[in-house]
Ligand binder design. Structure first.
Ligand code: KG4
Ligand code: ZN
Length: 339
């Protein structure tokens, strides 16, 4: 039941291949979290096909929103704000969510709040950690981004490190494709790596000379491809599990070292992870261990809040709403929106 001073946000997310809607109460309580994942549809093409993603969003979005309201046991009359991801992401996919949010807002008069997708990923940490408040450092590792961010306040960010080339998730997806695991690569490598030896093959851990907090994963990806080619030329059998484990260890080592170095250098003792790659079991275990050693409090969302979902957009949207942020009906999808 909604109390008089409760703030309910209906959130919509459609930036890539998940059609999602959620109802969030007072910024931290998830009343519903409905996700229709298109993964099975895109798997046959080895990656997300933007045009197919947009069409499927259109087909599913009303159902997903209705289900989110139903699960939360509320109606649109109870909703105080509509939060929607308006970037970054695939333009056609984003447009579906943005148009839908604008239509509901126009028809009902409920205020519209545009949300940055990465702000959503970071805010996923607030869901299960009622004690977590800014400032803290957050590593955002997704299919499109690898950012080290100082979270100065709710919705206020300073990027201190970023990838120079591939994002961490992108590297997982490309390596998975190269060893024949298919899309999406992250969860498949995560699983296969458990059967392999992470020290079997020595892959590079890249440092970026100009900024010690930046990342570069394209060299690692090339090293894996070269390794696979040279095995093939020599007629040697490839141990897929060893490749997966050694590659994954190389990514994790770099993410852990750069992140925790930044946490200390910037004088923080709280650290969080976010984004699809943050659901990786070995990554979580490595951060758990290294943060404990360095007396840093480690926060991470449950896997369902790491990959794309609308609950995280509702959380970020709530803090924007409370600050008085309102968007007009000229809100547009911004595929390369900056944090
Ligand atoms: O955050 P997300 O769902 O979408 C973007 O905003 O990009 O992240 C998707 C990325 C994909 O590259 C996927 O392979 C990766 O996250 N991922 C993982 C795992 N689960 C998803 N990477 C490593 N280990 C996982 N368990
Ligand atoms: Zn995402």
């Amino acid at each position: 039941m909604k109390q008089a001073d409760d703030v309910l946000i209906l959130a919509i997310e459609s930036s890539c291949d998940e059609t999602a809607a959620a109802v969030v109460k007072n910024g931290r309580e998830i009343l519903s979290n409905e996700i229709y994942t298109q993964i099975a549809l895109h798997t046959q093409f080895g990656g997300v096909v933007p045009e197919i993603a947009s069409r499927k969003h259109i087909e599913k979005i009303n159902q997903v929103i209705e289900k989110a309201l139903e699960d939360a046991e509320v109606t649109l009359q109870d909703i105080d704000g509509i939060a929607v991801t308006y970037g970054p992401g695939l333009v056609g996919a984003l447009l579906v969510g943005v148009a839908e949010a604008k239509a509901i807002s126009f028809a009902t008069g409920i205020p519209l709040v545009g949300v940055h997708h990465i702000s959503g990923h970071i805010s996923a940490n607030y869901i299960e950690h009622p004690d977590l408040e800014p400032p803290f450092v957050c590593l955002v590792a997704s299919g499109g981004h690898s950012h080290l961010v100082v979270v100065k306040d709710y919705g206020e960010y300073e990027i201190i490190g970023r990838t120079r080339d591939d994002a961490a998730g992108e590297a997982f997806d490309k390596v998975a494709r190269a060893i024949g695991l298919g899309y999406p690569g992250g969860p498949k490598i995560d699983k296969l790596a458990k059967e392999g030896n992470p020290d079997a093959i020595s892959f590079p851990r890249a440092k970026v000379a100009e900024n010690e907090y930046d990342f570069s994963f394209s060299g690692l990806k090339s090293a894996v491809l070269n390794y696979l080619n040279s095995c093939q030329m020599k007629g040697e059998e490839v141990n897929q599990a060893d490749v997966a484990a050694s590659f994954q260890k190389a990514v994790i080592d770099v993410l852990v070292e750069h992140s925790l170095h930044a946490v200390k250098a910037f004088g923080f003792n709280k650290f969080a992870i976010a984004g699809g790659v943050a659901s990786n079991s070995s990554l979580r275990a490595a951060f758990e261990k290294e943060c404990a050693k360095r007396k840093i409090t480690f926060y991470h969302p449950s896997p369902i809040y790491c990959t794309d979902n609308a609950a995280m957009i509702g959380v970020a949207g709530y803090y924007e709403y409370q600050k008085g942020v309102r968007h007009g009906y000229d809100l547009n999808a911004v595929p390369n929106l900056q944090l």
